[in-house]
Ligand binder design. Structure first.
Ligand SMILES: [Zn+2]
Length: 411
């Protein structure tokens, strides 16, 4: 059956606007918008029916069906004394006539945001979708496209026209413009910005996020300036692993991502932060997947620590030599006493790859530990009252205290 005959059959049952009729043949010929297709079909039908009518054929009912959704046919019938009222489209109810007006409304809502990419999301009334499905299944249409496609495409196109210099990015847009077609309500979702970098912590009084005890400040507070650059409402940090507030983070630094929530600007330069306590070196923007990978990676990282240890029992160089037996050992640790209140008692096993040391005095030595990420290093040294085994304290048979601890590298 050809397009014209099929279209006439459809219009006999359902009044359809140009867009909704044309959309049934959307896959036939590109670079034509659905309303152009639909208008062309109606014009051809008009020519065909008027010709047949003049030749005396009984096509009046078909002319009336067409006239309900086609102005020229209404004018023709009026000329021969038959008045026909135009009716709303059965599928969209007139929604598609100027769907671009929603784009114009939406464009007003993004005026004060400095962004580069956007995506459009629309909520379409469910009865429209239901009626579309009805027509498609009744006439076995296999050449159409969903109404949602047409609406999103037309609104997106109009937005591009109105917002010069912006791009559509469906995967990772800066902002998402949501339009509810039933109520006409527009909401703009400002996606977070993720700024990746590395930090060094030179002070023993800086925590990652929370102040407590002798902590002077936090990484989170120090990095507020990043959020301010983009005019964010709030910022959070994602760190690959963690160190205690009294542990310095030295060497090449640890990866960290600042998440700026609801930014007003999506462009800007982040200068490095350098003060006596913290150094932050930004690398660039990153993605949510990368943040996930970064956090996952912290579990398998290899870390190198340096500790300054006090021993109650006086030690000689030969005593320290005993620590060689800890290299390559798997360490069993129950949740340390110091954090037990926050976390349930759980057992953790981590590998210690290598140890190196230097005796400073009979009661003091420096210890280097190369181990798997996640090892509670302080507990590995002092034994945590037997909750960590084996431990340095156990091997040296002494009460040990960790005076200083630094992360020297994260591999
Ligand atoms: Zn329609």
């Amino acid at each position: 059956m050809d397009v014209l005959e099929k279209s006439l059959q459809i219009l006999r049952e359902y009044p359809l606007c140009d867009s909704c009729l044309g959309r049934l043949y959307a896959q036939m010929g590109y670079a034509v918008e659905n309303w152009e297709r639909g208008a062309a079909i109606k014009t051809l039908l008009h020519m065909q029916l008027v010709t047949q009518f003049r030749q005396g054929a009984d096509v009046k009912n078909d002319l009336v069906s067409l006239a309900k959704v086609h102005k020229p046919t209404r004018r023709f019938l009026q000329g021969i004394g038959t008045e026909v009222e135009g009716v709303l489209c059965y599928v969209c109810g007139g929604l598609l006539t100027d769907v671009e007006k929603h784009a114009r409304e939406a464009a007003k809502h993004v005026g004060d945001i400095d962004f580069e990419t956007f995506a459009v999301g629309t909520t379409i009334p469910s009865d429209v979708l239901k009626r579309e499905a009805e027509v498609v299944s009744k006439f076995l249409i296999t050449t159409g496209e969903p109404i949602k496609h047409e609406i999103n495409r037309r609104i997106g196109k109009e937005m591009l026209k109105l917002l010069t210099g912006k791009r559509v990015d469906k995967l990772r847009p800066n902002i998402v413009v949501r339009i509810d077609l039933l109520t006409g309500k527009v909401t703009v979702v400002r996606n977070p910005l993720l700024v990746e970098g590395k930090y060094l912590k030179l002070s023993r009084r800086v925590a990652q996020t929370k102040r407590f005890g002798s902590v002077k400040t936090t990484l989170l507070e120090k990095l507020r300036y990043v959020g301010n650059i983009f005019g964010g409402s709030e910022h959070v940090i994602h760190v690959s692993g963690r160190e205690d507030s009294d542990v310095r983070m030295l060497g090449p630094g640890r990866p960290l991502v600042v998440e700026v929530k609801q930014p007003i600007r999506y462009r800007g330069h982040v200068p490095p932060l350098v003060d006596e306590e913290v150094i932050f070196t930004p690398v660039g923007f990153t993605t949510r997947e990368e943040v996930r990978r970064l956090k996952e990676k912290a579990k398998v990282d290899i870390k190198l620590y340096r500790a300054l240890v006090y021993s109650e029992r006086p030690l000689a160089a030969e005593d320290l030599g005993k620590m060689v037996e800890l290299s390559g050992k798997i360490i069993n640790q129950y949740t340390p006493r110091r954090i037990k209140r926050l976390h349930p008692r759980r057992k953790r096993t981590r590998m210690v790859y290598e140890l190196a040391w230097r005796l400073i005095s009979a009661h003091m030595f420096e210890l280097f530990v190369r181990c798997q990420g996640g090892l509670y290093v302080k507990e590995f040294i002092h034994g945590d009252g037997g909750r960590t085994t084996p431990s340095v304290a156990e091997v040296l048979n002494s009460y040990l205290e960790v005076l200083e601890l630094d992360v020297l590298s994260v591999e």
